[in-house]
Ligand binder design. Sequence first.
Ligand code: FES
Length: 184
Amino acid sequence: MQTSESNVTLNPPVETRPVARKLSDDAYRRIDREVSKFPPEGKMSAVMAALGIAQDETGWLSVEVMADVASYLDMPAIAVQEVATFYNMYNVRPLGRHKITVCTNLPCALSGGARAGDYLKDRLGIEYQETTPDGAFTLQEGECMGACGDAPVMLVNNKRMVSWMSDEKIDALLDELSSKAATS
Ligand code: FES
C-alpha cells in the first residue's frame, strides 16, 4: 500500500497479509470434514475442532498456527486466539511430550486431588505450569472433569482420563508415559 502524499510503502494490516499454511494436507482434510458439519455461513463453528486437529499435529498452538486456522476458517486471528487461550485443553506455549492435568477443583481437592498433585510434583520435581528439564512432562491444574466421584482424577494429554489415582497408580502412569517419552 502506498500513500499518495509521501510515496512511502506501508505494511498492510496483519490480517490482510497472506498467511503461511502450517499444517499437513491431511490436517486440512480433517478440518474440512469438521467444517462440512455446519452450514456454509457457520464455518467458524468448527474452530474448536480445527484447533484440536492443529494441536494434535504441531504439539502446541503458536501464533502462526492460530493465524493459519483463522485464515482457513475466514475468522479474525484474535477470535481464534481468544478461543485457544480460554480453554485449557489448548496449549498456547510449548509443553512437555506428556501433559498431566490434575483436577484440583474443590470436590476433588478434598478427596485426594490436592494430595495427588503434591505427589506428582514431588515425583517430577516441578510445580504446576512447569515442564521437567528433559521435556517429558508438563504438569498443570484443571477444572472439574465431570468425574468428581472418581477423585483423584487426571487428564493425560487432554484426551485420556485416569481415575482414583493413588500413589501406586501415579507411579505406574509415570512409568508408562516415561517409556513412551523415551521412545518417541
Ligand atoms: S471436581 Fe474434579 S472431576 Fe469434578
